[in-house]
Design a binder for this molecule. Structure first.
Ligand code: ATP
Length: 237
């Protein structure tokens, strides 16, 4: 199957500092790929590079199109939705306003109400809190809102930056279950950055391990899960 996203020889720079050296990976259409690695390995930077939020060199192709010189807004219009670390919701706006703003780039405005309802089927907790200010939601609910917002873009590809960060285990399990449903029912492909390697490897079909800006290991998740080094370093058994 042709790759939906193909990244080759990716380098990234913050000013004079180079953070990615030679990163390459693929996501199959309908697939879920995870990037694992310790703090500072370059996972967040890789997501930023795809959205052209950091200076890069190398090749990033989405459905064969080169994203390299595209503005971040154009990349969003290709229906690549970034769920950043820290969630990026508007804390003083309500749940409803956050979701409607997310749909502003869409041309089919009349379908937005239908899509709100569709998004609420995945996130009934948000439906119950539709007029609540986003900043007063629990951490788990805010993460749900961040994913729901991305879903309002009708994404082909979601870039998810540590959705489990700072959340209690039960809510993390719930969020990962919803992500699986979104992948299966909506056909949304995903690139998932995670510290929680066990959960990420359960969800993803392919995994890449980053170390100081380089891919040091890659393969089907089942193989990576059983690799002794990965088990010791990331799974803790
Ligand atoms: P974490 O799990 O801690 O978020 P990460 O794998 O996502 O780590 P990145 O945030 O991509 O790692 O960071 C990769 C490297 O780039 C680190 O050395 C970091 O210090 C550096 N870096 C990240 N953001 C900036 C920035 N805005 N300016 C300068 N250096 C940065």
């Amino acid at each position: 199957m042709a790759a939906l996203l193909e990244v080759r020889g990716l380098k990234a720079f913050y000013g004079q500092t180079q953070s990615l050296y030679d990163v390459g990976f693929e996501i199959e259409s309908g697939g879920i790929t995870t990037l694992l690695g310790a703090n500072g390995a370059g996972k967040t930077t890789t997501l930023r590079a795809i959205c052209n939020m950091v200076r890069t060199d190398g090749s990033i192709r989405f459905e064969g199109r080169d994203l390299k010189n595209m503005a971040t807004e154009e990349i969003v219009r290709l229906r690549i939705a970034h769920v950043p670390e820290g969630r990026g919701t508007f804390t003083t706006l309500t749940v409803d306003e956050n979701l409607r703003i997310a749909a502003y780039t869409r041309k089919d405005k009349s379908a937005v109400q239908t899509d709100l309802e569709r998004v609420f089927t995945y996130f009934p907790r948000l439906k119950e809190r539709v007029q609540q200010q986003a900043g007063t939601l629990s951490g788990g609910e805010q993460q749900m809102l961040a994913i729901a917002r991305a879903l309002m873009l009708k994404p082909r590809l979601m870039l998810l930056d540590e959705p489990s960060f700072g959340l209690a285990p039960l809510i993390v399990v719930e969020i990962f279950r919803i992500m699986r449903r979104i992948n299966e029912e909506e056909g949304v492909s995903m690139l998932l950055v995670e510290q929680n390697a066990a959960l990420a490897l359960d969800l993803a079909d392919h995994a890449y391990v980053l170390e100081t800006g380089r891919v040091v290991m890659s393969g089907p998740s089942d193989e990576i899960k059983n690799d002794e080094n990965v088990r010791k370093s990331y799974l803790g058994y």
